[in-house]
Design a protein around this ligand. Structure first.
Ligand SMILES: Nc1ncnc2c1ncn2[C@@H]1O[C@H](COP(=O)(O)OP(=O)(O)OP(=O)(O)O)[C@@H](O)[C@H]1O
Ligand SMILES: [Mg+2]
Length: 217
């Protein structure tokens, strides 16, 4: 039996498993801002919740981080494979154990980041989807939409001119188009990330509460 499938089937079989809630968007769209607020909101109300992000800092994820910082080169197909492999490590070692305990896992980037970024990089979305086929689908995936110009302005303000390898307006435009494709397919729910921070956060919280069947307070 396929090892990954074994894990996924067992996790899905659990009735009181927690949910996977992913926050997606291009660099600088506000993912970390929104996902940490969701985490604080739920934990302060006693809802079991766990926070994580991708790429991870496990063995494979650390190679990706070195690449993103421009320290090592990586063939584009290798990038896609490493992101997919890092996700499976993340699932089997961290995400699945937590959802099995009934915790809701909030993810700052998940599988749609691979579709959007590596899909844009390789012009072969189908293959990127295939190599990620063992990744458990998120129960809710929120996409924060901002134009690349807004995102780049925010990134420069936050960390000066030292942009990572994917942080260029033309590339981020392609990434945004793929995210929008998944919004159309109904896999992602879009919120407007150009609104005031508090408004974006409360729009995201409304979606999370609806999914978890909680009263928004
Ligand atoms: N709605 C908003 N309006 C204005 N600024 C915002 C908004 N949301 C976030 N920011 C600011 O934009 C910057 C980028 O936000 P954040 O780090 O949350 O984005 P990100 O999507 O996590 O970026 P990255 O992909 O680089 O990790 C931060 O300085 C943050 O305070
Ligand atoms: Mg972030």
């Amino acid at each position: 039996m396929n090892f990954s499938f074994y894990y996924l089937r067992k996790a899905l079989a659990s009735k009181k498993r927690g949910k996977i809630i992913a926050i997606e968007g291009i660099d600088g769209s506000g993912k970390t801002t929104v996902s940490t607020e969701i985490y604080s909101y739920l934990s302060s109300r006693g809802i079991p919740v766990y926070y994580s992000f991708e790429p991870t800092y496990m063995k494979i994820g650390s190679i990706i981080h070195r690449f993103l910082r421009g320290e090592i080169p990586l063939d584009p197909h290798s990038q896609a494979l490493l992101f997919a492999a890092d996700r499976l490590e993340h699932l089997s070692r961290e995400i699945i154990p937590h959802i099995k305990q009934g915790e809701n896992v909030i993810l700052d980037r998940y599988v749609h980041s691979s579709y959007a970024y590596q899909g844009a990089l390789l012009n072969d979305l189908k293959w990127v989807v295939t190599i990620n086929k063992f990744a458990l689908a998120p129960d809710l995936a929120i996409y924060i939409d901002v134009p690349p110009s807004t995102a780049i302005k925010r990134i420069k303000k936050k960390k000066g001119s030292k942009l990572s390898v994917y942080e260029h307006a033309r590339f981020l435009g392609k990434v945004r188009n793929i995210y929008k494709l998944f919004v159309k397919k109904g896999e992602l729910i879009e919120i407007d990330g150009t609104k005031e921070k508090d408004q974006v956060i409360s729009n995201a919280l409304a979606l999370v509460c609806k999914n978890l069947k909680l009263k928004l307070t």
